[in-house]
Design a protein around this ligand. Sequence first.
Ligand SMILES: C[S@@+](CC[C@H](N)C(=O)[O-])C[C@H]1O[C@@H](n2cnc3c(N)ncnc32)[C@H](O)[C@@H]1O
Length: 196
Amino acid sequence: LLPRVAIGAGAVDLADWPFRAGGLYLEIGFGDGERLVHRAKARPDAAFLGCEPFVNGVAKLLASMEREQVGNIRIHAGDARELLDRLPDACLDGVDLFYPDPWPKRRHRKRRFVSDESLSALAVRMKPQALLRFASDIDDYTGWTLARVARSPDFTWLVDRPADWRIPWPDWQSTRYERKAFAEGREGAYLTFRRR
Ligand SMILES: C[S@@+](CC[C@H](N)C(=O)[O-])C[C@H]1O[C@@H](n2cnc3c(N)ncnc32)[C@H](O)[C@@H]1O
């Protein structure tokens, strides 16, 4: 299945994608792909692009796609930063970054996916008004992300009340990672940013 659904090398040509009437959505670091399959099944009119460098995760996603007969997912089995460089400008209707690797040690924080540079790169590939959704169980990473979004010219945090970050989105599906975090006593923070 992988050769049929993997993004090839070079610039990504979306003209080859037959099912984009409902939009194009990217999930960065899909883990086992549970959430991606759930969303893609619910939205057969839309296209989903999943990005994950961990090969076991890619294998699990492929198995679920086959089992669930889901055909509207394409995969980049590698680093999201490398994929973003190859996407056309303003092509994404939404981007999900759920529970990115936390890198809790101070000296490792620069490895975190969220940075001034990655926010700029995402903004270039997102359509105006598109949503960037972020979840984390690590308070320090949530604060780190809010600080970078606050100084970004490209995104606004959509928030009125605590429920806006305490309650996940209607299409939410929990994952093994999230269940483990809850079992260890941590809570999720769910942030929604809109591309200006
Ligand atoms: C803590 S797991 C969370 C998995 C899943 N998003 C979830 O909510 O359960 C973080 C995932 O991000 C992936 N990842 C790390 N760096 C990445 C990068 N630069 N591009 C894409 N995925 C990345 C990891 O391999 C891992 O599967």
